[in-house]
Write a protein that binds this ligand. Structure first.
Ligand SMILES: [Fe+2]
Length: 701
């Protein structure tokens, strides 16, 4: 059976063409053979899982995916069946259990879909036979899209096998191709084995020889503390202790999310367990068998987590699931060949042994068992992109929508994980309540779980500011935040540069830039949304945001402290949320105060200006920048500094500034204008002029 992914950087082009053709055909056929286990055509229309489409969708989906991606990549220009390529395009793979979609679909017949699959197969085969091929095949290579289609189908072979397992038993039939393991017996007693801490390096380089999904690339390093890891995956027998201790009826063992799920599902035991007359049985994909107590328990993350919380209470020690980094640390204690380079799979994986789990003490890896294979292993880590993450232009929603802290990584692969799924670097994540052929190995550790909290900022205004501060420049207009800092530096060249205050700092660029010249800079903003970005960049080292391109199309962006050149300034900068009109007295003693695009957003700019001198050292400099766009929305009309008529004569904002500042400041330069650009979409920009005024605090006479 061809279940190994293709080496894309070696070999002759014509050999590779043949190899990929065979990989495509075997993948396509295996997927169809999987559905041979369905009792009848009607079974295709049953909802195995209320949160998922019926299987007829998946039969059409993987074929339609090929056509949709090949069209996007401009490798073909004709659709096979536009209607099918629409209805089979998007799965509800990732629905939450509390937002059920009741949409009804009029699905085509199985025969029609099988016919469609044949037509698509011919298109792909013809493409593989004729498309020019130059080695190596990389992320930007036209053939990447073909590999994408094949690996996508491999994922669905596994996820559909889980759906088949959830169908009523009388709707499925056992077949020799899908033969299960018959070994079972009492489980071995689990034990803990110490693992020494150390540095873990994760992420793939772009020139890696295997196909990869977007989330696998980049580089992530972490120091892992020592921990103890269980020798075996948790077996059904070990998990039974939790069930019998009333674990499913005891709220305190569950996370809040877990308890809500337990109540929704009315779960009393793992989903594939069946109890009849006090006798436990297990549902496999196509069988119901006497409970194999020494097979791994298959649960979702929420159940695994409840188990470890219960076990911690029992023992007075901290048990939990490993993080992604700890999982790799454990894997790296042994030398394990990676697919496709192994002779024979070292574990129950890649469909090289059985169409089911096997006992937890069957596949040994040094002191441990099942470091890979058998069932996936849940981790504590919600999936996120590694630094350097980029979406693939032809599949931009593969991972990014799952970077929401609600999808946890599963590692190691199961008996039916093939292709990319069975490689060391693959990273798959599911909602924590989802079922896969997945279980867990617990660890004992007092180290806190470190989680990369960086999610994609989708707030339109915040994203616009992220781009304006850290992104590209447009229309040759220099970066305003950096330009502002340069102006501040110019006007303090002959003065002490101890402390500076960046008021209305937004997402923080000017604060960082000032810190190159000042001993310490405080950035304050009224908006918690903005400050959070500045603070994330400072403390987590990176931020991510989504920009609208056109309509619903978006692009994903990442900024790191390192690449921005601010990493050395970490100890010279702080960010807080504060109201500029009502500042705490502790924000005093500055040599420079910069208020960029602030005053026309204050509810009482006059009050702000009347007292700001108190916060400056004698001789200190106040620099204001504002486009004077006075709006009732921010500033009540009677508080505007200018932009209105008084006694029939115009009052400008400059007049207002003088009125409030002359008592304590000298205006030391003529007002001047500096442009800035805010990008709204790919084709829409705001171009604004901000007027700078530079004020020096008068020496107290
Ligand atoms: Fe899919």
């Amino acid at each position: 059976m061809v279940t190994r992914t293709i080496v894309l950087d070696k070999g002759e082009a014509e050999d590779k063409r043949k190899e990929i053709l065979e990989y495509f055909q075997k993948t396509y056929e295996l997927h169809e053979r999987l559905y041979d286990t369905l009792r009848s055509d009607e079974t295709f229309y049953m909802r195995a899982d209320p949160l998922r489409h019926p299987l007829i969708f998946y039969l059409g989906h993987t074929a339609a995916f090929f056509i949709n991606k090949l069209i996007l990549a401009r490798l073909i220009d004709k659709r096979v069946n536009a209607h099918f390529e629409s209805i089979f395009a998007i799965g509800v793979d990732e629905m939450s259990w509390d937002d059920l979609n009741e949409t009804h679909y009029a699905w085509p017949s199985v025969e029609e879909v099988r016919h469609y699959r044949k037509e698509v197969r011919q298109v792909v085969e013809k493409l593989i036979a004729t498309l020019p091929l130059e080695m190596p095949i990389t992320w930007t290579h036209p053939w990447w899209t073909i590999m994408m289609g094949i690996e996508h189908e491999r994922i669905h072979i596994e996820t559909s096998s889980v759906l088949i397992r959830q169908l009523p038993i009388d709707q499925v039939k056992p077949l020799p191709l899908w033969e299960i393991c018959t070994d079972s017996g009492p489980a071995p007693a689990n034990e803990l084995i110490p693992i020494k801490g150390g540095e873990v390096m994760l992420g793939k380089k772009r020139d890696h020889p295997l196909y990869g999904w977007d989330n696998e690339y980049g580089l992530h390093m972490e120091e892992v503390e020592s921990f103890d890891a269980a020798k075996y995956l948790v077996s059904n027998q070990e998990f039974l202790e939790f069930v019998e201790a009333g674990g499913y009826a005891t709220e305190k063992y569950w996370t809040e999310e877990g308890w809500r799920w337990r109540n929704y599902r009315q779960a009393h035991h793992p989903v594939f367990w069946i109890i009849a007359n006090g006798d436990w049985k297990l549902r496999t994909m196509t069988h119901i068998i006497s409970m194999p107590w020494n097979w791994p328990a298959e649960v979702n993350y929420l159940e695994a987590k409840a188990f470890t919380t219960w076990k911690s209470e029992q023992t007075g020690q901290t048990y939990r699931l490993p993080t992604e980094e700890e999982w790799y640390r454990l894997r790296e204690t042994q030398t394990i060949a990676d697919q496709p380079f192994w002779e024979k799979a070292p574990g129950n994986i890649n469909l090289e042994y059985f169409a089911s789990s096997v006992p937890v003490d069957k596949f040994r890896f040094g002191e441990f068992y099942d470091l890979i294979g058998n069932v996936w292993q849940w981790t504590e880590t919600p999936i996120n992109g590694f630094p350097g993450f980029e979406v693939h232009p032809f599949y931009d929603d593969f991972s990014a929508p799952t970077f929401d802290m609600r999808h946890n990584l599963i590692k190691g692969g199961s008996w039916i994980s093939t292709g990319n799924e069975a490689t060391r670097d693959s990273r798959y994540a599911f909602r924590r309540h989802f079922f896969q052929h997945a279980g867990f190995r617990y660890i004992r550790s007092d180290a806190p779980v470190k989680i990369q909290q960086t999610t994609y900022e989708t707030d339109a205004l915040v994203s616009q500011y992220c781009e304006s501060h850290y992104g590209k420049t447009y229309f040759d207009v220099p970066n305003f935040a950096a330009h502002s800092a340069a102006i501040c530096i110019k006007h303090t060249h002959d003065k002490p540069r101890r402390r500076a205050l960046d008021l209305g700092c937004a997402v923080g660029r000017t604060t960082f830039e000032l810190a190159r010249h000042f001993d310490f800079v405080t950035g304050l903003d009224f908006s918690a949304r903005f400050i959070k970005i500045a603070d994330d960049l400072l403390n987590n080292g990176r931020i991510r945001y989504v920009l609208p391109e056109e309509g619903e199309l978006v692009s994903f962006h990442e900024v790191t402290l390192e690449e921005s050149g601010f990493a050395d300034l970490r100890n010279k900068v702080e960010f807080y949320q504060a109201d500029a009109v009502n500042l705490s007295p502790k924000y005093s003693g500055y040599d420079l105060i910069f208020a960029g695009n602030l005053i026309d957003r204050l509810y009482d700019p006059g009050k702000f200006l009347d007292t700001i001198h108190e916060r400056l050292n004698a001789g200190g400099v106040l620099i204001l920048a504002s486009p004077y766009t006075w709006l009732e929305e921010y500033t009540p009309r009677q508080k505007w500094l200018g932009g209105y008529k008084k006694d029939g004569e115009p009052v400008t904002s400059i007049d207002g500034l003088h009125e409030h500042l002359d008592a304590n400041f000298d205006l030391v330069a003529d007002p001047f204008k500096v442009p800035f650009v805010i990008r709204e979409t790919r084709n829409k920009f705001q171009h604004t002029l901000s007027e700078f005024t530079v004020w020096q605090r008068t020496f107290i006479k």
